[in-house]
Write a protein that binds this ligand. Structure first.
Ligand SMILES: [Zn+2]
Length: 252
């Protein structure tokens, strides 16, 4: 099992990140992919990679609700410079439930487009957050791709899922699948070779209000195994293969 989406370098998580990593190892996880949303997380993220090389990997990204172009440029500079230490770009994306102003939405599309082009140029997977913006995400991916893409905690429609599958996207399923009908329906729609696991530590825990931890991907795996009626070990192997093929872990 590999957690493809955890915010370990975030200011409120980083203090106990070591504990979370130890627990994940003890519980048999094979790796964790950290994601970032701010420039001030980059130092923590790279430090985790150097402390836990071969177990913690990192993607670097930028807040879908942020508009600081200079911060974006600086993060892009680090990605280019430290390309060999980075396994993806994210999380990035569009969130129209947070960004309501028309002009600001335009700017967030402009920034997202730059991320797509960078991911394409560097051949890195793009970890995408999308809320109420799925049609624009699809439009921009089609226009500026092709890119390897991972839709994180996706809650769009079936039609949108089908379009994203055509574009080659993978979908990472969070622990909220235990209490979300929509996530169960999503899992049933997906071909097995496009499913990934994510904890979204600390956000999307298995019970309401519960802080998520990387080990919670085990809960997701068990739930998926019962929904899809596939043996846990077999399913786990398939999902690990999927993860390795998108993120090329250990091959850089
Ligand atoms: Zn996240």
């Amino acid at each position: 099992m590999i957690d493809t989406h955890a915010h370990l370098s975030r200011w409120d998580v980083y203090d106990h990140a070591d504990e979370l990593v130890r627990e994940a190892r003890r519980e048999g996880l094979l790796a964790i992919i950290n994601v970032t949303m701010r420039l001030n997380e980059v130092g923590n993220a790279l430090s985790l990679v150097s402390r836990y090389g071969g177990f913690v990997y990192t993607a670097l990204g930028y807040d879908y609700g942020g508009f600081d172009i200079r911060e974006v440029q600086e993060i892009m500079r680090v990605i280019n410079e430290r390309r060999n230490l980075i396994v993806g770009i994210g999380e990035v994306g569009l969130d129209y439930s947070v960004v309501r102003d028309r002009m600001l939405r335009e700017i967030s599309r402009h920034i997202f487009t730059k991320w797509i082009m960078l991911a394409r140029d560097l051949d890195l997977p793009l970890i995408i957050h999308s809320r109420d913006a799925e049609d624009d995400v699809i439009k921009l991916l089609s226009r500026y791709g092709p890119v390897k893409c991972v839709m994180h905690a996706f809650n769009g429609s079936k039609e949108q899922v089908m379009k994203l599958l055509e574009l080659g996207c993978y979908f990472s399923i969070p622990p909220t699948i235990t209490r979300s009908r929509q996530k169960r329906d999503l899992a049933m729609m997906l071909p097995l070779n496009r499913i990934l696991l994510e904890s979204d530590t600390p956000e999307l825990g298995p019970s309401p209000g519960e802080v998520s931890r990387p080990v919670h991907i085990k809960v997701t795996l068990t739930e998926l195994s019962s929904i899809l009626n596939i043996n846990v070990t077999e399913l786990s192997n398939i999902i690990v293969e999927n993860t390795l093929s998108v993120f090329q872990l250990g091959k850089r």
